[in-house]
Structure formats: C-alpha cells, structure tokens
Design a protein around this ligand. Sequence first.
Ligand code: IVH
Length: 678
Amino acid sequence: MINKDKIIKDFKKKIKLIKNHNKYYFERDNPQISDAEYDSLKREILELEKKYKFLKDLKLFEKNIGSPPSNKFKKVKHLSPMLSLSNAFDKSEMQDFIKKINNFLNLTDPNLEFTSEPKIDGISASLIYEKGILTQGLSRGDGEVGEDILENLKTISTIPKKINEKQIPDLLEVRCEIFIGKKDFKNLEEKFANPRNAAGGSLRQKDPKVTAKIPLKYFAYGFGTIIPITFTKQLEFLKKIESWGFIVNPLIKKVKGLEEIETRHKEIDKLRSSLNYDIDGLVFKVNDVKLQKRLGNTSNSPRWATAYKFSAERAVTKIKDIIIQVGRTGAITPVAKVEPVTVGGVVVSNATLHNEEEIQRKDIRIGDIINIQRAGDVIPQVVSVDLSKREKSSSPFKFPKKCLCGAETKKEISKNTNKLDAVRRCLKGYECKFTAKEKLKHLVSKEAFNIDGLGKKVVEQFWNLNLIKEPSDIFKLNYKRIKSLEGWGELSIKNLQKAITNSKKINLDKFIYSIGIRHIGQENAKILADFFISIHEFSNLFSNSKRIQILKNLVELDGIGETQTDSIDSFFSNKKNVEITLNLINQLSIGNYFSKKKGGKFSNKKMMFTGSFNNMSRSEAKSIAEDNGGKVLGSVSKKLDFLVVGNTKPTKRKIDQAKALKIKIVTENDWNKMLNNS
Ligand code: IVH
C-alpha cells in the first residue's frame, strides 16, 4: 500500500527546493544549479504528478514559468550609461530640487518647465534602432554594461521591430520600462512576490518562448544616444516616438513650478490604485534638452530629473527583538526584528532603528507595538510606538557598548560639525570579522568588482565555511570544496570561475572604490584615480613617510577635503589594511585610469575658480572645465595653470596668492571667450 502522507511530504520537499531555486534565479539573479539539474528536478516533479493524481490536485506546481537559465546573457556596453534617479519625498525636497537646478544654471526662474511622468515600477530596458530597425535590446545591468535580451524583448508585440517612417535618426536609443499589468499578475501571484519580480523573471528567461507566455507590456520614457538629434524638448521627443509606434504613458504632462508639481503629484496619487500598473512616484524632468545637457549628471543620476515618491505605506506590527548589525565601516546599526507584516505588497520582518539616539528619542522597546513604514526601495523604518499597548513589564532598551566581535565601540567627533557622531563604530576594520564580512560584500557589489554569482548570500556562505576571509581569497577559491556544497553544480561553478577571472581586470577608480575606505565613494574614487593614474603611484600611500606629503597634495583636489584625507590616512595607517590591500593587488591586473574627458580644450590644465559668474554658476563652470579635460583644484598652489576670476565677489586673498606665484589670471570675460572659441 502506498503511504500517501509520505509521498505528499516528499513531494512538498521537492516543490520547496524548486521554489528556492526559482528565487535564486528570479529574485537574486544568482542561479545555484545548472539547467540540466534544474530540468531533472522539474521532470521528477512532473512525473510524480503524473503518477499520483492527488499530487496534481494539490496544485502546488505550475510548469509554464520558472525554468531558470544557467548561462548569463551576453554583456554589451550601453551607448550612453543608464543612470538611476535621485529621490524627493515631500514638497520641500522638490523645492530644493528646483533651487539646485536654478543655482547650477545661474537662473532664478520659479517657473521652469518640467515633464511629469508616472514612475513605473518595472524593469528598465534600452532599445537600439539602426536606420529604423531594432538591432539591439539590453537590460540595465550595472548601468554601464547591460545584457543582451533582444530576443526576449522582441516577444513583446507592441515594441516596434521596425519604424516605418522616412524621417528617422540613423541611430536611436529608446529607454523604456517593462512591466506586467496588475490584472495579469493575478495569475502569477503564487510564483512571485510582486509584479516587478515577475516582469524581471520573465524578461530574463533563456528561452524567449517562455517569455512570450507572460504578458509583458512597456512604456517608453526616454532616450540615450540619438544621431542626429532633431528635437529640443523631452515632451517633443515622447510625442515623436509615439507617432512612430512606441507606447508612451498617457498621463505624461507638462508642468511649471512647484505648485503645479505638487498638484499633479496629488492628482496622480489619487489615481494610483485605479491604474493597471504599479507606480511608486512621479518623475519630474527638465523639459528643455539643452538645459538637460548643461545640467549633466552626478556619478549616478542626472541633475535634471528626480523621482518624487508617493508617501510611504504603513502597517502595525510588534517588535520581537532588537539586534545590532555591523556595517562595512564598522557602524553599529540597531535593527528591529518584527512579526512579519505586509507593507505595500512586500513582507517586512526587519526595520532599521538607525542609531542609539533614535531608539532613545522614540523610546523603542522590545515587545512594543509599532507603526512601520516602507517607501519604495528604502529600508523599512519605525515611525512611532503605540504606548497604550505597551506591557507594564517592559523596560528601556540598553544599547550595547560593544561590537558583536567584542571590541569597544566609539562615537567619533565629526570634522564638519565638531559634534559627537550619532553612530557608534567598531574601529577594528578587518580584525573584526563582522566588519570584514561586510567589506567583502561591498567589494563584490555591482558598483565594485561586480562578480556575477558571488552575491551577498554567497559571500556569507563562503565566509562561514572559511572559504573567503579577505578579498584576495576570492581569487584563490577552492572549487573542489564548493562542488561538494549543496546547490552548486558543475555549470554554476564554471560560471562563477569565469566571472571571477573576468573581474581580475579592473580599473584603478573601481579598485579604489572597492577597497572600501570610509568617505571614499564612487565620485571620490574617480578623483583619486585621476590624481594617481596608476596602482604603482597609488601604492605610495602604503608608506607612512610618503603618505604625509601625498595627503597634503590631495587636499588641493576639488572634492577631496580633510574628512577624506583623514580617512585615507587612518585606513593605511592600519597594517592589516595595507597587508590585505597588497594581497589583493597581487591577484589583479589593475588598469590605469584614463579620464573619459581627457581630450578637451583644457586637457590636463589645472584650474581654479573664485567669485560668481554672470551667466553660469561656479558649479557649471567647474563641470564645463572637467568635461573639457581640465582638473579643478580647491586651493591656490604652484601647480595651478590659471585662476578664473568671476566678476562678482572673488576672494581677494586667492587672487593675491595667485599673483605672488605668477599664476595666470583669467577674467570672466576671457573665460567666456575661451568657451566660445572652439
Ligand atoms: S528616467 C536618466 N522616467 O526608474 C533618467 N525612469 O530610478 C533615468 N522609471 O531606471 C530614468 N519610469 O527604470 C525615467 N518615466 C520614467 C520612468 C523611469 C520608470 C525607472 C527606470 C529607471 C528608474 C530610476
């Protein structure tokens, strides 16, 4: 006689396993088994269902979707980078956004024109048309390099494969957001946490036939490279591509000034639940393309656009525990472990409590009933405590003074404000295993080494197994050992090996960012790389005697201040850090940094600005200088090639210093002439 219970139990185990693998593929983008292994598991499930009808009746398995591909898609560099957006959460942040734009452009126009566009919560893609024919379709990837998902994109019938117009650009890059309608998602609910995951999962199927089964839609919202460019406004572009057959969101509208922005935000917020697609805010873009060009980008996002998010969704839950987490800079962050609760379609079981002061200020305690909020992709936060529900026996939370590694923690005095930092830190660096683990996670992240298949979870797993303890270990992995681990098949190991080998070639700017010196983000890493050019020069920082002089020179760079030089100093004063960095360098081939902006009219010229200018802000003047190959310094020194003096309120001391050092002085008039002479 068959043991029905046992069969069901075993079957459920297999379903759990396959769901787990689906998650690795779809949600974490990190398949753990090969195609063949996955297929054989799927086959077993199907055969069991065939053999025992009662299993099929359980309806636990849907076979149409969820066959994860093993091989990654081909990587292709974007013609223009795919940036992300800065966020604004309320009216005053939108006011700041408008003010910053005006400041940068040296304008005082409260009625600057913007487009207001629903921010679709889907997956972005780039469509490239050569003479009107769709020739390439890429996912966003890390923003610089995407993946070739053309065949999958082609299954979306509403994406034009050919533009049937005479007057079209030779090269046209259309940016769009792919999504699944809320109604269609109803049928997929069991498989995915939300429509966004479902769209991502579907788009990244290896077999386009599988993608075709899932009803994907899209809205086109922007452009990358276009040759020749024949429009001057964002709205004009959208109208044009709509007439060429692209689908553009019907709610896009032109608005002027803060009040209209606010009104539109409220209107669309009201409409939000009635739309057939998820939106998490409105994107506001400067309508004038010329102004967009002048404004340019910071390292990750354009200055001319921002996402004005809708207010956060809230829910009530209970704090089960408060734990502390250690970040890669040693920062100790308290985290509330809460009873799982759905907030805006996502199950939340952790909420950040920021720091010790925040816990004290809100008097947050274990056992409290709290109001929790989640806004877009921001980590959930505790808004308030319901004191009426507090148990009598509860007592204030005692914030631990020690790190998880046992070392004392400290609050430092901030150089900028001269005040005691709110954040406690463990200062042990790599000697603290908790900090070290986070440093490794940073090192493999997208913006750093970007190693496919080596995500946070895998770093955690490899760390616990002693396979990786410091960055250089990544390049000496014991693959035999990994092969014996559950979930690792031949193919996933081969892919990992390949991704790791590829990542050995890294440019100096990414390398500097990757080693995780506090206060050295992507932008600062680029400034430093531009200064050192080669890893050989950079390595001089390791020597205590040479470092002092180098740091003095570094402070002169625009964008590098004492906060940064102090941090670099303390990083390399630590012997362990130097040893770990050297071990890593030995495994790599680090390319020299060549600024993309080398060859302009100010190529290699060191310049500085003082005073205000009539028709541009100092920020814009600096950004023009850099775009044309110049290096902007932050103080007057012998190295300066010239000092550009704006007509309004220049600093006399700087001019005097420059004169004493016989440095060329460029007046505002001369500067304008220099810009106009090509
Ligand atoms: S503009 C350089 N417009 O939001 C400008 N993005 O957080 C970058 N998105 O990656 C994007 N709707 O996937 C823009 N109307 C819209 C959008 C939109 C959705 C997504 C897009 C982008 C992300 C930025």
